[in-house]
Design a protein. Structure first.
Length: 417
């Protein structure tokens, strides 16, 4: 949105400068020109404009570019809104839509006041957000509908991967998600995930799906017929790659017959799926327990193609919410997290050039720093949870935090005395 505003401001300033130049040059004969225009009517005005364009071609070209830019912004924003509203009518309409069936509250900040409040929040000219809460296993969900940047003239002309997507971000409730990191995506998005997502990089490893266990799983080359004519940026019909903390977790979650039917037997899921990421370790931001589903947004008139994808979201949400690790798997997960935390601390120390050791703290200082970071993350997660519960809960949380800080400060002064 800032880029659009800056571009519009620059264009307006350029047009104003051009108009001032033309006005100054024509100040000497302005009275005669006005009289001629009045006598000749519209034809004289058109002729006058043609003369000005011939005398000042650069200024006329800049004004023409400005008009094209303004038209692109106006009509592009409108097309973006209509595209997002088509998705909203299909999946987020009051009472009868999929979000209404899955959540007790949904829409913009979860308020179902149909008379005045929208069911979306417009984050930018091409990004719209929908919110939902009140469902088992999760604290809430945020759906982001990003349309193609039709309002941005340059981005429409430049070739590149389509940014049209639908992201469903689910915040799992405490106790509803075991220690787990898992990612499913076509090959190219998976390579990007393995580089950009710290949890996938540190916890997950490639899982070669056994055909005897999941015979219908779309491996490499299995989805060649699913590429179709959907939005660019998906898997390109190259099947799905799996990276998981353990192969057992993947088979337990995706081996369900309903999930298999949704993924393997529904070509629209393979056509529009970009990535699925489950993590309990904060790699997707706070709160730490999150599920993130990313799909291509089909062109206008075809958003119903996403219905199997949206159904898959809630099917997998229930699968993760009801999933429990065995005692042996829990001990292995805890050991792996200790190893990853130690490796990350060592990596941070190397990147800092041994700053922690140079300060005289050594390993003890690193442990203190890691404990402090964990406390800060836990505090941020609690504050975010209180914020989602409403202003009263947030105020109560802040008051409790102030009392704890005052008590700690008084205890510190007493010890010093």
């Amino acid at each position: 949105m800032n880029r659009s505003r800056l571009g519009l401001l620059a264009a307006l300033l350029a047009a104003a400068a051009c108009c001032r130049a033309v006005t100054a040059a024509e100040a000497g004969d302005a009275a005669g020109a006005g009289a001629g225009a009045g006598a000749g009517g519209p034809a004289a005005a058109i002729a006058r404009a043609q003369q000005l364009a011939e005398r000042y071609p650069v200024e006329a070209a800049l004004i023409g570019v400005l008009l094209l830019y303004l038209l692109s912004v106006f009509f592009g924003r409108r097309e973006n809104l209509l595209h997002a509203m088509e998705w909203s009518e299909a999946f987020a309409a009051p009472d009868t839509s999929l979000l209404a069936q899955q959540f007790s509250h949904h829409g913009y900040v979860g308020l179902k006041t149909k008379d005045k409040d929208s069911f979306y929040w417009r984050e930018s000219p091409s990004e719209f957000k929908f919110w939902g809460s009140g469902r088992r296993f999760c604290e809430g969900a945020l759906v982001t509908v990003a349309t193609p940047p039709r309002h941005d003239w340059l981005r429409r002309l430049l070739p590149g991967q389509s940014e049209a997507r639908v992201e469903v971000e689910v915040w799992m409730a405490e106790g509803a998600m075991p220690p787990l990191v898992l990612a499913v995506a076509p090959p190219k998005p998976m390579r990007q995930l393995a580089k950009s997502n710290a949890d996938v990089k540190d916890f997950a490893k490639r899982v070669e799906v056994a055909r005897d266990r999941l015979p219908l799983w779309p491996g490499a080359g299995a989805a060649a017929g699913a590429s179709g004519s959907g939005a660019a940026g998906g898997g390109g019909g190259k099947g799905l790659v799996v990276m998981a903390e353990t192969a057992a977790a993947f088979y337990d979650l995706f081996g369900d017959a309903r999930v298999q039917a949704a993924v393997a037997r529904e070509p629209l899921v393979l056509q529009h799926l970009r990535s699925i990421v489950f993590t309990s370790e904060g790699g997707l931001g706070q709160p730490s327990r999150k599920l993130l589903f990313t799909f291509n947004l089909p062109p206008p008139g075809r958003v119903e193609e996403l219905r199997p994808c949206m159904n898959l979201v809630f099917l997998l949400l229930d699968q993760v919410g009801g999933y429990k690790l065995s005692a042996d798997a829990q001990s292995k997960a805890a050991a792996l997290r200790q190893q990853v935390e130690a490796a990350r601390s060592e990596r941070r120390a190397r990147e800092d050039g041994g700053g922690a050791g140079a300060g005289g703290g050594g390993p003890h200082a690193e442990r203190q720093l890691a404990a402090m970071q964990r406390r800060m993350e836990r505090l941020a997660e609690e504050r975010e949870r209180a914020r989602r519960q409403g202003p009263a809960a947030l105020e109560k949380f802040e008051e409790r935090l102030r009392k704890q800080q005052m008590k700690k400060a008084m205890k510190s002064r007493t010890v010093k005395a």
